[in-house]
Design a protein around this ligand. Structure first.
Ligand code: C2E
Length: 581
């Protein structure tokens, strides 16, 4: 036992103090003497102690029981070994001593030679108990808290939510679960690395905490309110529980406060990041009567907020479940579409307005499934992007299109270009340029024949990374086009830094040419500016002669649309091209 181990001996009898202290000092312990309960408490507060020896009867002040109870109330005294000194047959005192929190007792007259051993034994068992307690606390922390943000985790949240649902049921009140997901977090992680990703999550957790501070949602749980009013479920998913709301709308007020706080830019070194948040809301009892369903429905509502473009909130509705079932069904079938040979490419010709010949083709994906019938790419491409299936599907499209065009070129059909749509997810996936190079090698197609149609959204993330990929693609020798131009975020001045060969004006402008003179003006301006930047322009969705003439008059390089030809399967497209020559 170390000399620094200190024991407070509290007894009003100076003789007992003397002999007890002497015996304990001889056992190597450091002794502090106190002549009353009050003095003992004061000394404990001032110096602390590893154990206390305490006389039961001290007539002049507070007695041993009160002193023991007072010691136990102190944070430091909760697990303090307290040895009480009682009369030999005083069963009542012994029982009371245990009830009040004494660790053990010794009776008078004291057996002094044994006293040192007794106290050392007590200290030893107490330190083992302390260690057990600490490991229990650590285990609890690990099981119920997330180590990165120190927020409660999914297990904690679900248990707590169950309790709160039971309470809401008893009290006939409403509660609300908010399910949060950071928009574009995966991209931050992928492009800037996990360390930055982790920092973003920590900052988000802190902002969340600040957003809900002051709410009393967790007051009754016996854990500090700010620690548990929200949880991190994993990844970039967080939840907030509002355990009592009056009206459904109250949840949206909280959601909006959170959304705005989280949308503030985050500065990390030289990076300025904006992470917006999508929030789904489910309200008890309407949206679910058990915790798991409420959480599931809030998650589903979050997914709809995300699909609406993110940075917003959505309330759960029953229709969402139906749509989710369809989505799940679609996803299951889509996973096996390639191996079941359900995918096919159609090709739509593009007309060169200067030479009046069909110069290029756009490959458009079609999916026909026995159970689902034909599914529109507008429906399954976003699903493929969300599930990551677009990586294998996109590779299939690229290979199939290159193979087919090479076959046509070998047959002497004079094609100068095949345009293939590339999703943002696919473009930003590591190794995309390598894949393009590999497919060109495998199929033997000359690189300049292949044009990759990128979306504006692919270009707005990490500018440096995007520039590297574009440069590598240009080194391979392929052409680069921006699809659906005019509707997205890019301005032409931003695009001028990128090595882009062509803009495809969005169908929306072409559709309104007859009705809205503004759209005509915008289209003319895009064509003029693109010309200045050495980019060609293709107009999509041309359906009428008026649109065609208008576009030709403003020197649009190429047009594509139902007026000329619908997207056709390979065989029919070949017949169409042959009929034109
Ligand atoms: N109203 C009208 N529509 C016309 C006309 N001419 C062509 N279209 C349609 O307009 C869409 C043009 O393709 P997009 O803007 O790239 O838009 C495409 C593209 O974003 C995506 N997509 C299609 N195939 C692929 C693919 O292989 N990979 C990826 N990542 N996306 C694809 O799905 C979208 C929709 O494809 P589709 O349904 O094939 O729809 C095609 C095409 O069939 C017209 O005169 N009038």
């Amino acid at each position: 036992m170390q000399q620094s181990t200190s024991i407070i001996v509290i007894d009003d009898d100076p003789l007992i103090r003397l002999v007890v202290s002497g015996s304990l000092r001889a056992a190597g312990l450091n002794i502090i003497e106190a002549a009353s309960g009050e003095e003992g408490l004061r000394l404990f507060d001032e110096t602390g102690a590893d154990a206390v020896l305490l006389d039961v009867t001290m007539p002049s002040g507070i007695d041993g029981f009160t002193t023991c109870a007072e010691l136990r109330k102190r944070a430091q005294g909760e697990h303090l070994p307290i040895l009480m000194m009682t009369g030999l047959d005083d069963m009542e005192s012994i029982n009371r001593a245990y009830e009040i929190g004494a660790t053990d007792f010794i009776h008078k007259p004291l057996n002094l030679p044994l006293l040192g051993h007794r106290v050392r034994y007590l200290l030893k068992t107490s330190s083992t108990t302390q260690q057990l307690l600490q490991s229990k606390q650590r285990l609890h922390q690990m099981a119920y808290f997330d180590s990165l943000t120190e927020l409660p985790n999914r297990a904690f949240f679900l248990e707590y939510l169950q309790k709160m649902v039971a309470q809401a049921q008893r009290k006939k009140t409403k509660l609300s679960v908010l399910f949060l997901d950071l928009d574009g977090f995966k991209r931050i992680n992928d492009t800037l690395g996990h360390q930055i990703g982790d920092q973003v999550l920590q900052i988000a957790a802190e902002r969340l905490n600040n957003s809900i501070r002051g709410s009393d949602a967790f007051a009754h749980f016996g854990v500090k309110q700010n620690d548990i009013s929200l949880a991190r479920l994993g990844g970039d998913e967080f939840t907030v529980l509002l355990s009592e709301i009056e009206r459904d709308e109250d949840a949206a007020i909280v959601a909006e406060r959170i959304r705005k706080n989280l949308a503030q830019p985050i500065i990390l070194g030289e990076h300025e990041l904006v992470t917006t948040t999508s929030i789904g809301i489910a309200v008890y009892p309407d949206d679910g009567e058990v915790a798991e369903n409420l959480l599931k429905h809030a998650d589903l509502a979050m997914y709809y907020a995300k699909r609406a473009g993110g940075d917003t909130h959505r309330y759960f509705s029953v229709q969402m479940t139906e749509a989710a079932l369809r989505r799940l069904n679609l996803e299951n079938h889509l996973r096996r579409a390639i191996e079941r040979d359900e995918l096919e490419l159609h090709y739509q010709p593009q007309l060169d307005t200067h030479t009046r010949t069909f110069s290029g083709l756009e490959a458009l994906l079609r999916w026909k499934n026995n159970e689902l019938g034909s599914v529109s790419p507008a429906e399954f491409i976003p699903l493929a992007e969300e599930t990551g299936l677009i990586i294998s599907i996109g590779e299939w499209v690229l290979r199939r299109a290159c193979e087919q065009v090479q076959v046509w070129l070998d047959r002497g059909i004079p094609l100068t270009r095949i345009a293939v749509n590339v999703s943002a997810v696919q473009f930003l996936h590591r190794g995309f340029p390598g894949l393009v190079r590999k497919i060109l090698n495998e199929t033997g197609l000359r690189p300049e024949i292949l044009e990759l149609e990128l979306t504006e959204s692919a270009l707005i993330s990490d500018v440096e990374y995007v520039m590297d990929v574009l440069t590598e693609l240009k080194q391979i020798g392929v052409q680069l086009a921006i699809d659906d131009f005019g509707t997205g975020y890019s301005s032409l001045s931003r695009l001028k830094n990128f090595p882009i060969d062509r803009l495809k004006v969005d169908q929306m402008f072409v559709r309104n040419l007859e009705l809205n003179p503004n759209d005509g003006a915008i289209t003319s301006a895009i064509i003029a500016m693109a010309g200045n930047m050495n980019m060609k322009v293709t107009a999509e969705g041309v359906e009428s002669k008026f649109q065609m003439d208008f576009l030709r008059n403003i020197f649009c390089d190429e047009v594509q649309g139902y007026l000329l030809c619908k997207p056709l399967p390979a065989k029919q497209l070949e017949e169409f091209l042959n009929s034109q020559s």
